[in-house]
Design a protein around this ligand. Structure first.
Ligand code: ZN
Length: 251
């Protein structure tokens, strides 16, 4: 009788142990992803600037940005609006191109909505969906989240943390969405962007960046400023892996 009871308790303990192990292995809030991960570089190192592109990918525009970045061997960061990945499977391929080129792919949420007005559950759903789609598209799990419109509060930061994401905004807005023409963007960025900055740009304004971006990059390179991606410490290693990627070969 006592032996049976002991066996039953041992079995119960085993079940509880397995459940706890499963929880630890699947929960990003409790597992090693946040607890033991190396610090994420959310700022460029001294002497460097981080170019960031929001709202994409767009089949017609993201490739324009990628071509310019490849021309100067500049690594950047793309904050993906994940609803775009749900439109057509072909858009997954653009994410693969961004990753293969050595850029950082991060989250800009799912539906591009103003999150501070939403309930905690909705915010969590938005972020989780963006993570799932970005990973499904072949990118590493994002480590940073840029809220749409820069809209953040304590709840947004807290939910992001639970999901292993750090909220990253910007220090210089390229004003591409406001100026909508290259001369103004060039003038604005040459006056305001430099080492230490995180620059906000948008994929869909590639017609502006087609002209503006090379001028800005060349000017900063002449000043000795380096270009870095943020939020993805492993990407540089991937970029220069011996196996390499076809995208790294001269185009
Ligand atoms: Zn946006």
């Amino acid at each position: 009788m006592d032996g049976d009871r002991f066996g039953l308790w041992r079995a119960r303990l085993l079940v509880v142990g397995v459940l706890v192990a499963l929880l630890l292995s699947t929960s990003p809030a409790l597992g090693q992803e946040t607890g033991e991960a190396e610090p994420i570089p959310t700022n460029p190192t001294p002497g460097a600037i981080a170019l960031t592109f929001d709202d994409g990918p767009f089949e017609e525009w993201t490739s324009v940005i990628l071509e310019i970045l490849a021309r100067y061997d500049v690594k950047a960061t793309f904050f993906i609006s994940a609803y775009r990945l749900a439109i057509r499977a072909e858009i997954f391929e653009i994410v693969e191109e961004i990753v293969a080129a050595g850029h950082s792919v991060q989250s800009h949420g799912y539906g591009h909505i103003w999150l501070p007005a939403r309930a905690r559950d909705k915010i969590r759903e938005e972020l989780q969906m963006s993570i799932d789609l970005i990973v499904a598209a072949g990118a590493p799990r994002p480590t940073c989240f840029r809220p749409p419109y820069g809209g953040t509060n304590d709840v947004v930061v807290s939910v992001a943390e639970e999901l292993g994401l750090e909220v990253v905004l910007w220090t210089v807005d390229s004003a591409d969405t406001v100026l909508q023409q290259s001369t103004g963007v060039i003038r604005w960025l040459l006056a305001h962007a430099g080492a230490g900055d995180i620059v906000l740009m948008h994929d869909q304004w590639a017609p502006v960046h087609r002209t503006a971006l090379p001028v800005v990059i060349e000017s900063l390179l002449e000043q000795g400023v380096e270009f870095e991606s943020i939020c993805a410490p492993a990407l540089e290693k991937v970029t220069f892996a011996p196996s390499g990627f076809p995208r790294l070969l001269p185009l």
